[in-house]
Structure formats: structure tokens, C-alpha cells
Design a binder for this molecule. Structure first.
Ligand SMILES: Nc1ncnc2c1ncn2[C@@H]1O[C@H](COP(=O)(O)OP(=O)(O)OP(=O)(O)O)[C@@H](O)[C@H]1O
Ligand SMILES: [Mg+2]
Length: 208
């Protein structure tokens, strides 16, 4: 029998445009990401793309797993710059993707960079940590097509220091996947994404 998890819609700990994120009821270290039904069900050109046709609502999960498994193959161990992926579960709210929950220093779900900067401002240490994250992603061979503040959370590193983890936007979204096979190309591409992220972070800090 398939065990179905019961999630309380009021216990949502995070939300993006495509998914709602819940605490796992049986595992304190896990979160469950539920894919929201797509609003536009019309047959647009995008919805007819082969990957979209095959994976539907789970296209993002497919892309994430592709990068994750490529990183496992490359590193020979779990990458630490993204959460561990623990498969899928049935829930009362639909299929959920189970992932490692990233905590802050107090044991709460780690804030994303957008919320963190709004509350704490943008420090040089934080900027340095974005360099570290980019280096780790490139080292693991992981591409991030959506390298934005809301897709990065502020976790805890050694000795209680800040450590950034990419929790979403993990995908190479181009048809010809040169970045997957050529690390210098990935490095250049991620350097561009990094510059845009820094611009975004400075804007968030200005409106803080
Ligand atoms: N593994 C995690 N640990 C801690 N917090 C997380 C984790 N995954 C997601 N979150 C929180 O939940 C929020 C939404 O998650 P996520 O970005 O995966 O949703 P999404 O709908 O795919 O986003 P998008 O709008 O970019 O498509 C994030 O901004 C982050 O604050
Ligand atoms: Mg997101």
C-alpha cells in the first residue's frame, strides 16, 4: 500500500510561483514540495515542447534531478551546495517532492536571501558567500538557470558562519547542453548569472 502523507495547507513554510513547501509530518529534516496545478491549460507552443509533454507538471523536478544526478556522478558524493533530494511521496495535496530541509542557526527553516537581506541588510560576508556558492556549483557541474535571491537560502556553515544553499532554479534550460559537458562554459555562464544576482541583491538592500 502506498503511504499517503497528510499535509495541513496552513503549515506552508515557503511558496514560489510553481510550488508550495511544507514541513514533512514524519521527518523533521525534510520538506515536501507540492507542485501547483498550472493555470494555463491551453496548447501554447511552450506546452507542446517534448519535455513539457512528457513530464508535465514535473518538468522542474526532472530538470533538478538531472543536475543532481550529474553532480553525484561528477563528485562521487552528495553535493552540499544544494539540498539532498529524497524522492517523491503521495500526499492529500498531490504528489510531493521530498527534499532536505535547510535550517538557520536557531533551527528554523532557513530564510531565502530576499527575506534575509530585507531583515539584515547586505554584508560583505554575504557577497563573499555568493562567490563560494558559485564556485561550489561550478565544481559540482550544476547549472542554475534561475539564480535569484528567492531561490537561495541562508543556512549555517562551520562554526555558525553563514552558508548559502541553492534550493531551486537548478537546471540547464537550453536545448544544446554545452554547459553540462564543458566546465569553462559553465563557469562563464554562472559568472553572468552571478553578476545579475549581485545587482538583484543590491536592489533588495536599497529598498530594505
Ligand atoms: N530545501 C529548502 N530548505 C529551506 N527552505 C526552502 C527549501 N526549498 C524551498 N525553500 C523555501 O521555499 C521557497 C519556495 O520554494 P521554491 O523556490 O522551491 O518554489 P518554486 O515555486 O519552485 O519557486 P519559483 O517561483 O522560483 O518557481 C523558497 O524561496 C525558500 O524560501
Ligand atoms: Mg523558487
Amino acid at each position: 500500500m502506498i503511504h499517503s502523507l497528510s499535509l495541513d495547507p496552513r503549515n506552508c513554510v515557503g511558496e514560489g510561483s510553481g510550488r508550495m513547501v511544507f514541513a514533512h509530518p514524519d521527518n523533521r529534516d525534510a520538506l515536501v514540495k507540492i507542485f501547483k496545478p498550472r493555470k494555463n491549460t491551453g496548447k501554447s507552443f511552450r506546452s507542446l515542447r517534448p519535455v513539457r509533454l512528457r513530464f508535465g507538471l514535473f518538468k522542474a523536478a526532472y530538470k533538478e534531478y538531472e543536475e543532481y544526478i550529474a553532480a553525484l556522478a561528477r563528485l562521487g558524493h552528495l553535493p552540499t551546495c544544494i539540498p539532498a533530494f529524497w524522492g517523491f511521496v503521495e500526499t492529500n495535496l498531490g504528489i510531493g517532492m521530498v527534499v532536505e530541509r535547510i535550517d538557520d542557526a536557531d533551527g528554523n527553516v532557513a530564510p531565502n536571501l530576499f527575506n534575509y537581506i530585507q531583515n539584515h541588510g547586505l554584508s560583505n560576508d554575504l557577497l563573499t558567500q555568493t562567490n563560494v556558492l558559485v564556485d561550489e556549483l561550478v565544481e559540482a557541474g550544476i547549472a542554475s538557470s534561475d539564480f535569484r535571491a528567492r531561490n537561495i537560502v541562508v543556512g549555517v556553515g562551520e562554526g555558525g558562519s553563514i552558508r548559502l544553499i541553492l534550493v531551486d532554479g537548478i537546471a540547464e534550460n537550453t536545448l544544446i547542453k554545452i554547459k553540462s559537458y564543458c566546465q569553462p562554459v559553465l563557469r562563464m555562464w554562472m559568472a553572468k548569472k552571478h553578476r545579475r544576482l549581485i545587482e538583484e541583491l543590491r536592489k533588495i538592500a536599497e529598498h530594505e
